[in-house]
Write a protein that binds this ligand. Structure first.
Ligand code: ACO
Length: 360
């Protein structure tokens, strides 16, 4: 598979993470005491619940080499050490963490019980959950002990995302988390959502997916032009599924009049400027869309995979949107490159959140 353009885009993200973590290291040096550099950031701690997986260990080694952050590998330390030895990976700069022996386990079990007691969770169950790495990692993230979590390498997507949805608060004004892929073509970068989470979104959820995707595009310094996709063009078909998309467009328009968004429209209308100009000159989209919002998960997930397999696109993602902390779920069996990419995105997100907190 070609990995040209995605490497360029990710190089920029990695350099951003690196620059900021160098600032953090400098601030710890004696000639720059922290008091003189209040804006300096601490190194980002990235938790990997599947820390005993070979690809995760290799990716962690690259994350250290690149200066993206500090990986924390979850699992049995002897097993991780044995695997690292086989792979020739130096674990020295990394932390190994086993929930079974971690000093915060009982405190976190009590906190989880308090959060979930009215959702049918008993204290005994809370304690059992805290032995599970996919629950322990988001609890440590919530507690501020970790700055980001990257998981899902060896689990089914729903099983990796569910603990985060139960534990982590959502972004302000957002009630649904959603997933996005960046697709890179020869001369184009397209953001596609929701490709991973909401199976049958209602109008409000679709609107939130569009808002989160717009914010994600801006985080990559891209000004979003958003199309909500359908099998219909601006009312050409009368159907409840079309009404739902139109309703979502209006909701976004009311909430964020600054955004360029329109729909419902078919995929070729959204991406072909000639069709937009000749047939739909009234559209708020004057150029082809660079953010495509799919009407449901079936179409979104199938479309992005086809674009990668048959359309020659390179994919970066999935990027989980809407959670108030950087928590990302990989596609199962993700490559080492894909893991490093998501870790770099998570590190930059954690740094930005820290900077926002400081300036608030
Ligand atoms: N945003 C925020 N919270 C949510 C969301 C959401 N989109 N969906 C569910 N939740 C919350 C619920 O409110 C609930 O919280 P609570 O327990 O505090 O009340 C909790 O998550 C669990 O909710 P359930 O209704 O039990 O949700 P369920 O676990 O059935 O489903 C899930 C959630 C896992 C996201 C489901 O919608 C799903 O399986 N989606 C598809 C995932 C998938 O298979 N993706 C495609 C493959 S990924 C790929 O190709 C890379």
């Amino acid at each position: 598979r070609r990995l040209g353009r995605s490497k360029e885009v990710m190089r920029q993200v990695i350099n951003k993470a690196k620059r900021r973590s160098q600032m953090a290291v400098q601030s710890l040096e004696p000639e720059h005491p922290p008091t003189e550099k209040p804006a300096a950031l601490a190194p980002i701690r990235i938790a990997f619940p599947e820390g005993d997986d070979e690809r995760i260990i290799r990716a962690a080694s690259r994350i250290v080499e690149e200066g993206i952050g500090e990986p924390v590998l979850f699992g049995n330390s002897r097993e991780i050490q044995a695997k690292a030895k086989q792979l020739g990976v130096n674990l020295q700069p990394m932390e190994l963490l086993d929930p079974e022996t971690h000093p915060l386990r009982e405190d976190l079990a009590q906190r989880f019980f308090t959060m979930r007691a009215r959702k049918g969770v008993t204290l005994a169950e809370a304690r059992r959950h805290m032995l599970r790495r996919h629950y322990y990692a988001p609890m440590l993230l919530l507690q501020g002990e970790m700055d980001a979590v990257v998981c899902g390498e060896t689990y089914h997507y729903p099983d990796s995302i569910r603990p985060a949805l139960q534990i982590l608060p959502l972004d302000k004004g957002i009630r649904h988390a959603s997933g996005l892929y960046m697709l890179l073509f020869k001369n184009q970068l397209i953001f596609c959502a929701d490709t991973t989470v909401n199976i049958t979104p209602d109008a409000e959820t679709l609107a939130e997916i569009a808002l989160s995707a717009a914010d994600t595009a801006r985080r990559f310094d891209i000004e979003p032009r958003i199309a909500l996709l359908s099998f219909s063009n601006f009312g050409s078909v009368k159907h409840a599924l079309v009404d739902l998309v139109q309703e979502a467009v209006e909701m976004v328009h009311r909430r964020r009049p600054d955004l360029v968004i329109d729909g419902e429209m078919q995929a070729d209308t959204a991406t072909n400027e000639a069709i937009l100009h000749s047939t739909y000159p009234f559209s708020r989209l004057k150029e082809g869309a660079n953010v495509l919002i799919f009407p449901d998960l079936t179409s979104g997930n199938i479309a992005y995979k086809l674009l990668v397999e048959l359309g020659g696109a390179e994919a970066i993602g999935p990027i989980l949107m809407g959670l108030s902390k950087p928590y990302h779920v990989l596609q199962r069996d993700a490559s080492v490159d894909a893991i490093v990419n998501i870790a770099a995105i998570a590190a930059v997100q954690a740094q930005e959140m820290e900077l926002q907190t400081r300036s608030a």
